[in-house]
Design a protein around this ligand. Structure first.
Ligand code: ADP
Length: 459
């Protein structure tokens, strides 16, 4: 049988263009290097001095500082890939990582997209079709229809009553914690729909909305999967990402505390089954809400996630390398039986922001000290003298720890935070230090509202 273009390209690329910036650009370059691959870094004008540029095999400026004209500029990225002789593109997270049209354009240009197929991205990128696919694969979902809300107010009212208040209105194309509105009772339903529809139209280019039960005290638990192109898939464990502010994760941990293996096991296996059913390839994350012992699927991220390191620490699997190898067409070199979970890991997202107001803080890092003790890993691209630009996400570093038990991992994170000094800009480190002294957090099993309530009490 003739090989498909994908098969014929399998295993053949030796140069990867990293279509991203910041800590994840550095992280992916490191993985390429360890796999013996050449790495092409790109930058906007604001990132010309990025340290991962000087360690890359080529470094190409693709446009002005605004992300729309650089990291989101598909033509410029494809041109850079051609100029540098890259055979594959790694999209990282954010930017074009979940853009089905980009994945398609990369493959049409004869390159490998290090991620799933454009069609998997499109299915999972629309939260309604994702929910439908998951229901078909018997993955438990949040109560609510797997169809878009109609326009007729009376029908919408009936759907809400059937689900039972409170409900949450969500944009089918939403992401980044935006495009969601909680509706506590019927009299504000129609206003909430109108506002969310308008927001969705503006922010995501589609007014499509859906409704589901608003769970009042859930935890955010997610499952990491990795699949090859040959019908093999495994799940690498679970994470708890309940520490959120404005639906954005701040601290993540693996494994999720207090969840017995026999409860999570069937969910992990259902995720693997869903991957096989949809012909998924590469890495992905199934996100769930967990309340009163039950799991409810909310969405799938079809890319590498910011918090992947905590699972790397507990599973011993280099997720970025595994992802690149899967894109090269290699058969997954581990089976479900090989996957273990050793000890406990935490990650803190260090953001360049005011610890009280959370407003982004740009400027020059005048002094930097990072911890380097055993069991501590720092994923970052910054150094003393680095200029944090106002154009992009405020994430400047990730502090990751690993220890035999959760209590020891918390203690190690306190040490890691104590040993981290960043001057010249404001960061959220003071608030993270205080959080790791909190008793309820130390006991574990805090829900997705805990952090915001804790922040209010501190004021
Ligand atoms: P995004 O794609 O914007 O990250 P998600 O669907 O993953 O959106 O939801 C992000 C967060 O919003 C969740 O982690 C949770 O805190 C909250 N959330 C989403 N759906 C619900 C729900 N049905 N009930 C309660 N909280 C929810």
């Amino acid at each position: 049988m003739p090989e498909t273009p994908e098969q014929s390209a399998a295993g053949r690329f030796d140069t990867v263009l990293i279509a991203n910036r910041g800590e994840i650009a550095a992280r992916i370059q490191h993985a390429c290097r360890e796999l013996g691959l050449k790495a092409v870094a790109i930058c906007s004008e604001a990132d010309r001095e990025a340290p991962y540029g000087s360690t890359a095999d080529s470094f190409i400026c693709i446009g002005p500082s605004s992300a729309a004209k650089s990291y989101l500029n598909q033509d410029a990225i494809l041109l850079a890939a051609r100029l540098a002789g890259a055979g594959a593109i790694h999209p990282g997270y954010g930017f074009l990582s979940e853009n089905a049209a980009f994945a398609d354009a990369v493959e049409k240009a004869g390159l490998i997209f290090i991620g799933p197929t454009a069609s998997s991205i499109a299915t999972m990128g629309d939260k309604i079709s994702a929910k439908r696919a998951m229901m078909t694969a018997s993955v438990p979902c949040v109560p609510g229809p797997d169809t878009a809300l109609p326009d007729d107010p009376a029908t919408i009212g009936r759907i809400a009553l059937e689900i039972g208040y409170p409900v949450i209105i969500k944009a089918a194309g939403g992401g980044g914690g935006r495009g969601m509105r909680v509706v506590p009772k019927a009299d504000v339903l129609h206003e909430a729909i109108a506002l969310t529809r308008e927001e969705a139209r503006k922010a995501f280019g589609s007014p499509s909305l859906y409704m589901e039960k608003f769970l009042e005290h859930p935890r955010h638990i997610e499952i990491q999967v990795i699949c090859d192109d040959h019908g093999n898939a495994v799940w690498l464990g679970h994470r708890d990402c309940s520490m959120q502010r404005r639906h954005q994760k701040v601290v993540e941990e693996a494994p999720a505390p207090g969840i017995a293996p026999d409860i999570i096991q069937p969910v992990g296996l259902a995720c693997v089954e869903a991957c096989l059913q949809i012909g998924y390839r590469g890495v992905g994350t199934f996100e769930f809400l967990y309340e009163d012992g039950a799991f409810y699927f909310i969405e799938m991220n079809t890319r590498l996630q910011v918090e992947h390191p905590v699972t790397e620490m507990t599973s011993g699997v280099d997720i970025v390398q595994a992802q690149i190898r899967a894109a090269q067409g290699h058969v997954l070199d581990l089976t479900q039986g090989d996957v273990t979970c050793e000890g406990h890991s935490f990650e803190c997202r260090i953001n360049a922001e005011d610890p009280e107001t959370f407003l982004p803080s740009a400027g020059v890092v005048t002094h930097l000290a990072l911890p380097a003790e055993p069991g501590i890993r720092v994923d970052t691209h910054i150094h003393a003298g680095y200029k944090v630009s106002p154009y992009y996400d405020s994430l400047i570093a990730k502090l990751i720890v690993h220890a035999p038990t959760r209590a020891e991992a918390m203690a190690r994170m306190r040490e890691a935070l104590a040993g981290t000094e960043i001057e010249g800009i404001s960061t959220n480190i003071p608030f993270l230090r205080a959080l790791f002294e909190d008793d309820a957090f130390a006991r574990g099993e805090t829900d997705i509202h805990y952090l915001e309530q804790w922040l209010k009490l501190r004021r």
